[in-house]
Design a binder for this molecule. Structure first.
Ligand code: NAG
Length: 478
């Protein structure tokens, strides 16, 4: 479990190869997709790249830049003079409350607005930065923002890299299936593969394919993963039929691998103080990300399940984000009568923004009941915390397979084949008990701790993750 206190430091090797031949040689522009898990990953990557003395320009709508800065954990983006935020004002857009039966549907207006309104200002920013970048202007954009950066073809010294915000495993399967399964793969990869039914609404699927049409302009792909986690799938992605001979860079983990437990500038969140009082590896952290909402009935079952569960817990009980997270009312979930009173000492309910990375890094945290969004998976893996997988949509059902069947660092709470059924209280209690008291659970916890330790080591000088990042920097500075 990582609770080390080390700020990001530059090693001499890094310094010597940084921004070759003086300032302004290479400039990086980050174009994130305006949903929390995506904004956060590219903000973390901005920190890693800026440490090589390369200026990074982070570009989004005013609202989403504000959201990304406010919510990032583990470091302070305003403390790094090398990261420049460009806030582009957009017309207002519908920001309805989420509908548990149509994941992401309520966010589509904000996605569409960002993708249509950012193209022009981004194009002129690229023109402007192009002359300042003596050697090269490097654009790193979310795969879902490909249309926004398409004018880079008019910028002579620009080069683009597409960031896929999901696991190499899911990207591989997607491409391989779309190409009609051009070669055989090992059967264990396909064995438990869940159906894609219910993963994407048709509107969102259309949005994705409209972006993919513009992806041809890239010079390579970036993943927030690393060889220690996904070598078999990175190797498959590298096969010529899939990669089309473009380079790929597993630059993860993007998130800091160690976070200060007592140095944060703001007062520490009360849940961290509560964790301080709990026994080592005793608490289950429950949180389903920013794009899912549970039904009232499901909230009741989960509440009772956690109450029955053998472990203490922190439960982040929030509704899915709206397109504009700063505007309007948010539904306040109803818990069983007297629940919070009854749970005093055993469980803590958090309704505001929770410091997820710090919770995962805390020695008291034993497991993470998660929707298996990739940002959450990477944070949990890095901190050595096993996952209790409860996928909701998109890539999450497949990440569940990666986590529970292939990496074997978690257990399934909700099987995707039963996605329309409630997860009953008993199941919640049973899976927690299995993780914490069974022999299989013990092995899963040991494997997760080992993988986390290895991943944290890999970002230090000479480690595989660090070498990958070094080689990417050398490549863009060539
Ligand atoms: C889900 O259930 C099916 C059918 O029982 C099983 O074959 C599959 O392995 C399960 N999936 C996971 C991820 O456990």
């Amino acid at each position: 479990m990582a609770a080390l206190i080390t700020p990001l430091t530059l090693n001499p090797f890094t310094m010597s190869m940084s921004n070759k031949h003086g300032p302004g040689q290479v400039i990086v522009v980050m174009v994130p997709f305006p949903a929390q898990g995506h904004l956060n990953q590219l903000l973390h990557l901005s920190r890693l790249i800026s440490a090589y003395d390369i200026p990074v320009h982070y570009v989004s709508t005013t609202i989403h830049n504000r959201q990304a800065k406010l919510r990032v954990h583990g470091w302070d983006p305003l403390s790094i003079s090398n990261i420049h935020f460009h806030d582009f004002q957009t017309p207002s857009f519908p920001s309805p409350p989420p509908n548990p039966n149509s994941p992401l549907g309520h966010l589509l207006p904000s996605f569409e607005l960002a993708s249509s309104h950012l193209r022009k200002p981004v194009a002129s920013l690229l023109q402007q930065l192009s002359s300042a970048a003596k050697r090269r202007l490097v654009i790193i954009h979310d795969s879902l923002m490909s249309s926004v950066v398409q004018d880079l073809v008019l910028v002579p010294n620009a080069e683009a890299y597409t960031f896929h915000s999901v696991s190499a495993f899911t990207v591989f399967l997607h491409l391989w299936e779309n190409l009609g399964r051009p070669f055989a793969v090992q059967s264990d990869i396909l064995k438990d593969l869940p159906s894609l039914d219910g993963c994407f609404t048709s509107d969102f699927a259309n949005f994705i394919s409209s972006q993919h049409d513009c992806m041809k302009f890239n010079s390579g792909k970036i993943y927030n993963t690393c060889k220690l986690i996904e070598t078999p799938y990175l190797d498959l992605l590298a096969k010529e039929q899939i990669s089309k001979n473009k380079k790929q860079w597993p630059l993860g983990p993007f998130n800091p691998v160690s976070v200060s437990q007592n140095k944060t500038p703001n007062p520490r969140h009360q849940c961290l103080k509560w964790l301080d009082k709990q026994a080592t590896s005793s608490v289950i952290f429950v949180s389903f990300g920013t794009t899912s909402s549970l039904s009232d009935q499901q909230i009741q079952e989960l509440a009772l399940g956690l109450e029955k569960g053998v472990q203490n817990f922190i439960w982040v009980l929030r509704d899915a984000d709206k397109g504009d997270v700063f505007g309007g009312e948010v539904r306040r979930a109803i818990l069983p009568k007297g629940y919070e009173e009854r749970m005093k000492g055993k469980g803590m309910i958090v309704r505001d923004w929770a410091p997820q990375l710090e919770i995962l890094a805390h020695p008291s945290t034993a497991g993470f009941m998660s929707h298996c969004g990739w940002n959450s998976c990477m944070e949990s893996i890095t901190m050595g915390v096993p996952i209790l997988a409860w996928p909701m949509h998109s890539d999450q059902p497949r990440n569940t397979v990666l986590i529970t069947k292939l990496l074997r660092i978690g257990l399934v709470v909700k099987n995707w084949s039963l996605r329309d059924e409630l997860v009953v209280a008993e199941t919640v209690g049973d899976v927690i008990k299995k993780l914490m008291t069974s022999e299989e659970g013990g092995e899963i916890r040991r494997r997760a701790a080992k993988l986390g330790g290895d991943v944290r080591m890999s970002v230090a000088g000479g480690g595989v993750s660090r070498l990958e990042l070094d080689s990417f920097i050398i490549h863009i500075s060539r």
